[in-house]
Design a protein around this ligand. Sequence first.
Ligand SMILES: Nc1ncnc2c1ncn2[C@@H]1O[C@H](COP(=O)(O)OP(=O)(O)OP(=O)(O)O)[C@@H](O)[C@H]1O
Length: 750
Amino acid sequence: MQKMSYFFPLLSFSLDVCVMHAIRLAQLSPLLIPHPFITLWGGALTRASILTFLTFTYSGGVAWMRSFEGLQSLGVLCFHFPVYISLLWFLGKSTVEELWGWHSWEWMLQGYAVTAVSWLYWSQYVSLFFTKKKPSGKKTELDSSSSLKRLMGYMKPYFFRFVLVLILVVLSSYGEMAIPQYTGRMADWIISEEAPDAFTQAITMMTLMTMASAVLEFVCDLMYNITMSLIHTSVQGAVFQAVLKQEIAFFDATPTGELVSRITTDTNDVSEALSEKLSLVMWYTARFGFLFYFMMSQSWKMTLLTCMGLPIIWVIPELTGHFHQTIAVKVQESLAKANQVATETFSCMKTVRSFANEDGETEKYRKCMEDTYSLNKKEAVAYAASTCANSMTTLALKVCILYYGGTLVTRGSVSSGDLVSFVLYELQFASAVESVMRYYPEVKKAIGASEKIFEYLDRKPKIPPSGSLAPENLSGHIRFKNVRFSYSGKTEENNLVLKDVSLEVKPGQITALVGLNRSGKTTCVKLLERFYQPQAGEILLDGEPLLSYKDQFLRQKIAVVSQDCVLFARSVRENIKYGCEGASDKEMYQAAEQASAHKFISELSKGYDTDAGEKGGQVSGGQKQRIAIARALIKKPKILILDNATSDLDTENEYQVHEALTKLAKSCSVLMISNKMSIVEKANHIIVLNNGAVTEEGSHEELMKKSGHYAEMVKKQETGFNRPREEGGAEHGRPPSLMGLHSHQCIYFY
Ligand SMILES: Nc1ncnc2c1ncn2[C@@H]1O[C@H](COP(=O)(O)OP(=O)(O)OP(=O)(O)O)[C@@H](O)[C@H]1O
């Protein structure tokens, strides 16, 4: 079957030759002699039908022939003569020679050459603009077209600027045509020795137009790049905003690096491609248009010859270049092999020496280098051949154009100046077409890449809509009623992090939530902050579902300080006033006093204006926590949550903070998560969480009497089960109320 398909082109060609000869004979019949156009079109139709019939019916046919490209090439082969000859007739040119000679051997082979060139054009270049190489198929096409629409949306506000840019591109490109155009005129002047005015006029026009073109190009580039930077900034801002709106689970699942890369790298890549590459595509397309127009106006025949030659001069160097590339890769591999031998030998030098194998290794290395040398020789030949093919094909096209142009000048069809202009146009034309072909796919790729950015812009955050409640008097009474929750969203018992949790945090009290690690304490806080939604049960605030409150209102009323509290790389003042920029300095000092932070902040080099450093790196852990507590207190919250926020405090500060909390608790609810029993035992109410379920609750004394989980935890601390972190360190300066506490109060539980 495979063999048969090689036979098929030969069969088609033989059949085509027979058909063409049959048409030639038919044309000589008395019936058709007076109607050569009927023979021309009828013959072409017959030829096309027979070849198509063979393509579809012959079982050993080549599949490519049945594809769109195959049928298109067949169409070019059969119909380019009728179209060309009819066009000549339409333009009033003589067609006798063509009408009676189109089926000759010479014309027929020429027809195959034209078909091959047109196929090259299509497959290598034209199809780039439509369907070429789309491995992911339809979706990519759709994606890039919808991305393009979205990008256009961002360009809309600058519509008039873009129109102006386009006008400037067109005008400036037109101005660039002055040099070839007037050089041709000057050549004509030299040959025909016209009046000196013509020369001066040509040189003046050329200078003026070129200067105007350069100025317009400058203005255009400036305007375009500024506009693209504006678009870049607005896209980047929109992506940043869209990312910030996402639910916390999205941030859990998406690595920070990826988020940053989308906002910076991806938007930069797209913007760069659109600023640079799109601008080049615009310029070269405009140049291409003018060059083509001027070339056509000089001589359409020479233009056709140029267009026929261009794919050949691109394809041949591409093929030789490919050969060179393949050998270059082999050279690299061979060098890597030699390097490996050297590295291995040096790293195992002791083994080599002990086996006295220095000569063996040298021989091995020499062999590798010999291989590299022979590949280097091949590479040098391939490089030379590639360079030579490049210049030879360019030269061949130039010679063809000059030869053909010379013939036209001799015949008087074009002037010598026109030929000079044409050659100069042709020089720019080849590079203009090549640049459009090169940069257009890159622009398309960038537009496709913008899809990734729009993915974030389009993403709807999986957060329930904000409620409407924002009562003036919020007491801060929290109730968890049979709350069940899992991070994965799965509701099977073994996936649940919280299992039917019911608890209450009352205003005017300090409530402590304790439990072993990973028992779900922080998860309760995250649910209170509405970072996640419980799968079952409900959370009530002052008797109303948490969801019915306004987002902004809740963020104001609930303040959370966690152990891993983050300070921003800003001044301490900005950190404390974060989110409460309107707060006065007096309020800031008050909050800092309550958090036992005022003294140490005042002692910092620049006081409240000291930079906290990256992630608060300029201050110690305990100081960071106190600043974070001050940041929470300045909000005057109705619910204050301290999630292991006092773990890094020394005893004195811990005492002061606790005093402040006790005062604060009178006007709000304080929920404290801590494994530091010295603090926990002072809470009004203690809730013990074990493996996602509430196992005990009550005051310290009540829980100790129960001898359950809580009592066990206290006992473990007392017996020093866990690593002590601060032994006796608080003796000096310990405040009276903390003096004489049990030993467990100085032991931290992890
Ligand atoms: N973002 C998350 N995605 C998936 N699982 C999580 C996430 N955060 C916490 N978990 C898991 O939920 C469980 C409870 O964690 P949580 O942080 O609420 O416990 P905890 O009692 O506060 O623990 P610790 O005292 O160690 O802070 C743990 O098994 C933890 O691995």
